[in-house]
Design a protein around this ligand. Structure first.
Ligand code: FAD
Length: 396
């Protein structure tokens, strides 16, 4: 709860101006807090008279931060394979661990994990905590959450990261909640502040219009989920050595109210646009669902996959697994061809790391041209057939 000290408040209005949620109003010379307050703390920092405090915040400041040490990465293992994002997180985790002078720890949970633990060491981990049990064959929030929560309670790492995948997004908030920790979701950048070791967690905010850097200076562990395809993984180094520790799994930890009978991959989920080297993206400029015929044809001629803007996913022209952007997937292919996509900031947030970007748009002022390496100003219904026939000619 945000408390206003009426003795100290001068009614200067700085807090009102700094509140992004319009939750503070100066009434009769005193700041009054409304229901829209999110306890973000921006007003507390802006008040030079120390007239504002967040009740309860001081509780966490008393935590013994020094007793928490180590950078941890939850390394997702699914369908017999490590998720690519796990290796990407070890890449950034290595940088953070070196900056703090601490160990980088990987947590591997699953069944029949084979040589995955060794692989994690080759990709940067110093220690791997492994929970390998047939009962963990299918992911469940309860079992995976219980194992990770228990380990964190025992070992007290200062930072814990997970991929912002369906699994990470599902169980990581529950772990943070059980530990009473904060969690910053969907980070695109991470850094350590020298001195106090605060994790600087950067992510898009306010509809992608600003990049916000979030920190939890007074509590541990600091927890973040990170989008796939944003961080760079380290080259596998077979000469690296590390320790693999098998976790003792108490039967209670493996229990779940959910019994998974079968796991099936849906047809539309079959396309993993995050793993494609070439993506052809279609937007509202396609006019109708039929416009995707051309996009599919171009993708096929390039051995690529089809992606899309949110506008066309919302219109039902193509499924959500194809959506690129802030609320879709982050992709970084070698080639991204944006056809009839305007280049809204929320779309660009998901594809700007592509190696080469080609944009086709009939509006020469479309923002997509600001991020494109090559631009074609023209009607896609004229440009695409010519492009496809040139590529086909070339392939013969
Ligand atoms: P439009 O903006 O309508 O652009 C269509 C483009 O096609 C125009 O530039 C036009 O000039 C061009 N065009 C039209 N006809 C032709 C033609 N015949 N030939 C060539 N060019 C043509 N969007 C995403 O994509 N991904 C997200 O994850 C996402 N998340 C969002 C999250 C939030 C919180 C919000 C508020 C929005 C989000 N959006 C997202 C929506 C985003 O703001 C845009 O509305 C959306 O990206 C627009 O899609 P578009 O470019 O296909 O359509």
């Amino acid at each position: 709860m945000l408390i206003v000290d009426k003795e100290r408040c001068t009614g200067c209005g700085v807090c009102e101006a700094n509140c992004a949620f319009g939750a503070i109003e100066v009434v009769d010379g005193i700041a009054v807090v409304g229901d829209a307050c999110t306890l973000c703390g921006a007003c507390v920092e802006s008040c030079e008279f120390d007239a504002l405090t967040i009740e309860g915040a001081e509780k966490s400041v008393q935590m013994d931060l020094e007793s928490w040490s180590g950078i941890w990465v939850y390394c997702e293992f699914r369908g017999g394979n490590l998720a690519t994002v796990a290796l990407e997180l070890l890449g950034v985790g290595r940088t953070l661990a070196d900056a703090r002078g601490v160990k980088l720890v990987a947590v591997l949970i699953g069944s029949e994990t084979g040589d995955s633990a060794e692989k994690l060491i080759g990709h940067g981990a110093d220690i791997v905590y492994r929970a390998d049990d047939p009962a963990l064959h299918y992911f469940t929030d309860e079992a995976y959450g219980a194992i990770l929560t228990e380990l964190i309670r025992k070992k007290k790492p200062e930072v814990v990261l997970a991929g912002a995948t369906a699994i990470g997004r599902s169980f990581f908030p529950g772990v943070a909640n059980a530990l009473g920790a904060g969690l910053t979701a969907d980070c695109t950048q991470l850094a350590i502040r020298a001195g106090d070791g605060a994790l600087l967690q950067t992510r898009p905010a306010f509809g992608g219009n600003i990049m916000a850097t979030i920190e939890c200076p007074g509590s541990r562990p600091q927890m973040s989920t990170v989008r796939p395809n944003v961080m760079k993984q380290l080259e596998f180094d077979p000469s690296r050595s590390g320790e693999i520790i098998d976790i003792d799994l108490a039967p209670a930890m493996l229990k779940s109210k959910v019994r998974v009978l079968e796991s099936v991959v849906s047809d539309s989920d079959d396309v993993n646009i995050q793993e494609s080297d070439i993506l052809v993206g279609g937007g509202r400029g396609l006019d109708t669902e039929k416009g995707f015929t051309l996009i599919r044809e171009l993708a096929r001629s390039l051995d690529g996959s089809v992606s899309a803007s949110r506008a066309v996913v919302d219109a039902g022209w193509i499924g959500y697994p194809h959506q690129v952007g802030q609320t879709g997937k982050t992709v970084a292919p070698k080639l991204y061809i944006a056809c009839g996509i305007s280049g809204a900031i929320q779309h660009v947030a998901g594809m700007q790391s592509s190696e080469t970007i080609v944009a086709i748009n009939r509006d020469e002022n479309a923002p997509i041209f600001n991020v494109a390496d090559f631009g074609i100003v023209g009607d896609l219904f004229e440009v695409l057939p010519k492009l496809i026939s040139k590529i086909e000619e070339h392939r013969k």
